[in-house]
Design a protein around this ligand. Structure first.
Ligand code: FMN
Length: 211
């Protein structure tokens, strides 16, 4: 074990969050932050941790944000994966972005729903051919006894479908529709800014949390 971990300490000083200049709508603040991140050279700025749970047992994994609008945040996955199965019994989930270089974290809580089939099809067909075959062949999160088995399966599917693999029934978009955002901006001496947007009916209430 590395004895020096307790000495690892970074002081955050780059940005602030000020209530007086905040937009009323959290999607606006998300867009502002996300656009800043997109302009930077951060790798995979759209990577986010998705947490789900069933039977009071949480699980987390990284997925890629592929679309967002005023309703919610969409990623694509296998509906029969562990996350898919957990979401089928409990729609409540959390997305978490951590952008280290900007000393920022965003937590987004809400309920997840499937996106319309047409939307999934559109996205599926925009993916590179090999990724489409990956989605078609992978029984995501099930036990795979040998990698060769998966590669053989892909080869057989390629013979069958050529350049046009179909969108698998068990694969597509999921959209988290938020009712809670927390924007975290690292500040000096651990006195970070934490601003919450919580939805009541159609309105967002804004408040600050102790760091
Ligand atoms: C950077 C990164 C991006 C990923 N993007 C996705 C994604 O968009 N969709 C997905 O299903 N899995 C993605 N994964 C894989 C997941 O983290 C996870 O291994 C997989 O979805 C199975 O998770 P589950 O068993 O909890 O369902 C990504 C992993 C990493 C590290």
């Amino acid at each position: 074990m590395n004895k020096n971990i307790h000495n690892l300490r970074v002081d955050y000083r780059k940005f602030k969050l000020n209530e007086k200049t905040l937009p009323e709508n959290p999607f606006e603040l998300f867009s502002k932050w996300f656009n800043q991140i997109l302009k930077s050279d951060i790798l995979e700025p759209n990577a986010m941790v998705l947490s789900t749970s069933s039977k009071n047992k949480p699980s987390s994994r990284v997925v890629l944000l592929k679309q967002f609008d005023e309703e919610g945040f969409t990623f694509f996955t296998n509906y029969e994966s562990r996350k898919g199965r957990e979401l089928a019994v409990n729609k409540n989930a959390v997305l978490l972005f951590y952008w280290m270089d900007f000393e920022r974290q965003i937590r987004i809580e809400g309920k997840v729903k499937k996106v319309p089939r047409k939307e999934s099809e559109l996205y599926f067909n925009s993916r590179p051919l090999e990724s489409r075959y990956g989605a078609l062949a992978s029984e995501q999160s099930k036990i795979l006894l040998d990698r060769k088995f998966l590669l053989n399966k892909i080869n057989k599917l390629k013979i069958k479908y050529g350049d046009h693999p179909p969108l698998p029934d068990n694969w597509g978009g999921l959209k988290l529709v938020p009712d809670y955002f927390e924007f975290w901006q690292g500040r000096e001496n651990r006195l970070h800014d934490r601003i919450v947007y919580k939805k009541y009916g159609k309105n967002w209430k804004i408040y600050r949390l102790y760091p």
